[in-house]
Design a protein around this ligand. Structure first.
Ligand SMILES: Nc1nc2c(c(=O)[nH]1)N[C@H]1C(S)=C(S)[C@@H](COP(=O)(O)OP(=O)(O)OC[C@H]3O[C@@H](n4cnc5c(=O)[nH]c(N)nc54)[C@H](O)[C@@H]3O)O[C@H]1N2
Ligand SMILES: Nc1nc2c(c(=O)[nH]1)N[C@H]1C(S)=C(S)[C@@H](COP(=O)(O)OP(=O)(O)OC[C@H]3O[C@@H](n4cnc5c(=O)[nH]c(N)nc54)[C@H](O)[C@@H]3O)O[C@H]1N2
Ligand code: SF4
Ligand SMILES: [Mo]
Length: 749
């Protein structure tokens, strides 16, 4: 037995990017703790970090490629797997064209350096319009509003948590989710610090969430009405003369238009819609304006709803109108060390974003950032005609559980001529694949959070080498993606990966640097290959980079390798106007597309509210649909429950633990109720990602803690028109007691 070794790595499981200290002996994990010296997380971690060990040794985690033949799964070699992919994929591309093969990219691909870099390479080589991702069941509204206002899709202002004196949170529960579009380890500690320095945390949520419990103030809001509330706050700012743009005055376009639009949304008008009284709404606006510094922050609850883009836009309108955009303690732009579109070129002006460059075939929904709304995926597979999807590659995604009307999608997947899944489990989605290409254990993968450090509350950079060497011959995800690239390029199943990788590196090095030739750049990056070579390129040509010697002392991957606890690049700094990439060079406060959608919001003022609506919730010991096969995380009492208010429970004759049914146009689920006044009357909540009672999977633990899939009742016909994002919160549903199913059903039928 050899000596113990200590590794410092960044946890890849969620957006908080905690630094971990992983002790190992041989191929065994001895312990996982928070890395106290991590420059960002300072020792913080959540219960999921320890589950990395269980995930690593989970016997169900796939370790060999699988090919499905006559309803049976055969373990095959990598060469056999890619030969099978080529055999199935080639005729589709040849006979039906590029659009006949689709891709779906799931959430973990945003936490995976190799997939972030090489995923794009595959998509470009494939050239299909049928690109889908978890983004349109998540943050697409925020990307659309940020893109239109500031010029790139990831120019999302993040709350300057460590300096703000007032934080207004809508539709987020960072004490449970550990934060999103706001990369910040230990949100709990950071929010506590706001209150300890005399500031306030105000939470708007239809449920008294963990975050709400720890806040200074919480208000219930009727789901899906955040845009109404935020517009009314804008209304108050204009009405009471509280708008102050300060140094942004010359940069902002569209101020008068916003003032005009807000007129229809007085606090008194929206109060009955939001379920918050007019005086409270006015006070929320005045408090925000009066705070020495303040940030408005909205997340899943404000995105995955009918007015997702409008709500996301209004969050930053409020940040701007109160003088809090781009100043310390307000909502600021991260200046990431690598990969950010808003650090490329000179800045201050750019091409902006264009939406709807093409449309989906069946419903003609517009493209957003090169992808189509995932609510279109089932119909694009089912509907005959030219351009029909016949082949699908899923990359680290489980859309059967994560996207609306998963049952319809599952049936559609079963009809594909070729489905290839890059995944570490045989689950509800990948069971429909013909070939599964398993990625590595997270402990066998290097990590640099290319996407999420673009949204961090401090500027940080941190690289982790793999804890364990990958098993010999096992492909990392990026290598599988590169081999698929070879296949869609027509080079067959065994294209020269080295040559392909060199080609990718050469392309990325072109124009990457002003004073160095491509050959010089490539020579400087040698002998690195794969994701490390491209990460080094991004770091060295990034805003803190060494520019291959031109900026001595600047960052490179070598710097990060020498600093295993990360490199702190400081608190966020003001970046306007340099951060902008809009064609006008202005901050577009009233983008045309968004203004046009305000009509829909105005019309909703006359609608009669639904009597019962469904929302979701996240759970600390869970990660969307895929950490449920880890025993320590699912142990204990049933967690897939329906939260319901006592008044609603009484009306429906439900008692704690009784079974209730939740029905919508698309389906019905049955689950036990948990009666609580933490949820607003007229609202019920079901967590997503459950529903593991599906035959043909290899999830021994998860199938014993199956729960039900809330997306059975999510309707693919409900989406935010600007972003194509699915509506997953505020869904109208019918709730009933399930006759005879409860334990305490005395006196009821
Ligand atoms: N009703 C409702 N639905 C929702 C949401 C909601 O709030 N309510 N939230 C939405 C959100 S925010 C998101 S992000 C989506 C998530 O939607 P998806 O990304 O489609 O689903 P995940 O559950 O994250 O599934 C991740 C998959 O990746 C696999 N995987 C994990 N690590 C790796 C790896 O390193 N390599 C490979 N190749 N595979 C890996 C897992 O086994 C799993 O199959 O769900 C959305 N769905
Ligand atoms: N433990 C854990 N952590 C996670 C995940 C996980 O599954 N488990 N998933 C990760 C992912 S992929 C993401 S995207 C992030 C998401 O991170 P968060 O956005 O913080 O996600 P939630 O915890 O679901 O919080 C959403 C809140 O919105 C509220 N809400 C619902 N509808 C509305 C509405 O109409 N208006 C308002 N104002 N509020 C509403 C819900 O009650 C809930 O409290 O979390 C990430 N972190
Ligand atoms: S909060 Fe997120 S990043 Fe931190 S340990 Fe937990 S899962 Fe990992
Ligand atoms: Mo997400």
């Amino acid at each position: 037995m050899s000596a113990e070794q200590t590794h410092f790595v960044t946890c890849p499981l969620c957006e908080a990017t905690c630094g971990l200290e992983v002790r190992t002996r041989d191929r065994e994990v001895v312990s996982i703790r928070g890395d106290r010296d991590d420059v960002f997380s300072r020792g913080y971690l959540c219960p999921k970090a320890a589950a990395l060990k269980d995930l690593d040794r989970d016997p169900d985690r796939l370790r060999t490629p699988l090919v499905r033949r006559d309803g049976r799964w055969d373990e095959v070699t990598w060469d056999e797997a890619f030969a099978e992919v080529d055999r199935r994929m080639r005729p589709i591309l040849g006979e039906h064209g590029r659009d006949a093969v689709a891709c779906y990219l799931g959430n973990p691909s945003a936490h995976n350096l190799g997939l972030l870099i090489y995923g794009r390479v595959l998509l470009r080589a494939l050239g299909s319009r049928n690109v889908y991702s978890a983004s349109t069941v998540d943050q697409m509204p925020k990307q659309v509003s940020a893109g239109l206002m500031f010029g790139t899709g990831l120019s999302v202002p993040v709350p300057d948590l460590d300096r703000t004196s007032h934080l207004l949170v809508l539709g987020a529960d960072p004490l449970v989710s550990n934060g999103s579009l706001m990369t910040a380890p230990d949100v709990r500690g950071r929010l506590r610090a706001i209150r300890e320095r005399g500031g306030r945390v105000v939470v708007i949520d239809p449920r008294r969430s963990r975050t709400a419990e720890h806040a200074s103030e919480h208000h219930f809001i009727r789901p899906g009405t955040d845009a109404h509330l935020l517009f009314a706050m804008v209304h108050v700012l204009f009405r009471d003369g509280l708008v102050r743009l300060d140094r942004l005055a010359d940069l902002v376009s569209g101020l008068d238009e916003v003032a005009e639009l807000a007129k229809a949304f007085s606090p008194e008008t929206v109060a009955p819609i939001c379920g918050i009284d007019g005086e409270t709404i006015a006070r929320l606006a005045r408090d925000l304006a009066a705070a020495p510094s303040a940030a408005v922050y909205g997340r899943i609850g404000t995105c995955t709803q009918a007015f997702g883009t409008l709500a996301s836009w209004l969050v930053d309108v409020l940040n701007t109108l109160t003088g809090n955009l781009d100043r310390a303690g307000g909502a600021m732009f991260t200046r990431a060390a690598a990969g950010a579109a808003n650090t490329r070129g000179t800045g201050g002006r750019g091409r902006g974003i264009r939406l709807g460059r093409h449309r989906s075939r069946v419903r003609e929904l517009p493209e957003v950032f090169g992808e189509l709304p995932v609510v279109c995926l089932p119909e694009e597979i089912e509907t005959p005609g030219p351009g029909r999807i016949r082949g699908l590659v899923t990359i680290a995604g489980n859309p059967v559980l994560s996207t609306p009307n998963g049952d319809r999608l599952a049936a559609a997947l079963a009809s594909l001529d070729c489905m290839v899944s890059l995944d570490i489990y045989l689950n509800e989605t990948t069971r429909h694949a013909h070939v599964i290409l398993p990625g590595l254990s997270p402990l066998e993968t290097s990590h640099y959070d290319l996407a999420l450090w673009q949204l961090a509350v401090r500027n940080v950079a941190n690289y982790s080498a793999p804890v364990f060497p990958p098993p010999p011959g096992h492909h990392a995800d990026w290598e599988s993606v590169l081999r698929l690239t070879g296949i869609v390029l027509g080079q067959g199943p065994d294209a020269d990966l080295e040559a392909l990788d060199d080609l990718v590196a050469t392309q990325q090095a072109q124009g990457a640097h002003a004073t160095h030739t491509v050959e010089e750049v490539l020579a400087a990056l040698a002998p690195r290959r794969g994701p490390e070579r491209l990460l080094d390129l991004m770091l060295r040509t990034g805003p803190y980079g060494d520019h291959f010697g031109t900026t001595p002392g600047g960052l490179s991957l070598a710097t990060l390798e020498a600093n295993p606890h990360g490199v702190d690049l400081g608190a966020l700094v003001p970046r306007l106007p340099e951060v902008l990439r809009t064609p006008s060079g202005h901050l577009e406060l009233a983008p045309t597309a968004i203004v046009a959608d305000v009509t829909r919001l105005r019309e909703s003022l006359d609608e009669v509210p639904e009597s019962m609506v469904l929302i979701g919730r996240r759970q600390l010991r869970s990660n969307n649909s895929w950490m449920h096969n880890v025993e320590p995380l699912v142990r204990g009492r049933e967690r897939c429950t329906l939260l319901i208010h006592p008044a609603d429970a009484a009306r429906l004759g439900l008692e704690n633990g009784d079974a209730a049914s939740v029905r919508s146009r698309t389906g019905t689920i049955e689950l036990p109720v948990e009666i609580t006044d933490a949820i607003m009357p007229g609202v019920v909540s079901v967590p997503h990602g459950w529903g593991h009672d599906v035959a043909g999977t290899r999830l021994q633990v998860a199938s014993r803690h199956a729960g039900v899939c809330s997306n059975r009742v999510a309707d693919e016909d409900r989406f935010d028109p600007l972003s194509g994002n699915a509506v997953l919160n505020g869904l109208p549903v019918q709730v009933d007691a399930v006759a005879g199913a409860g334990v305490s059903s005395a006196g009821r039928g």
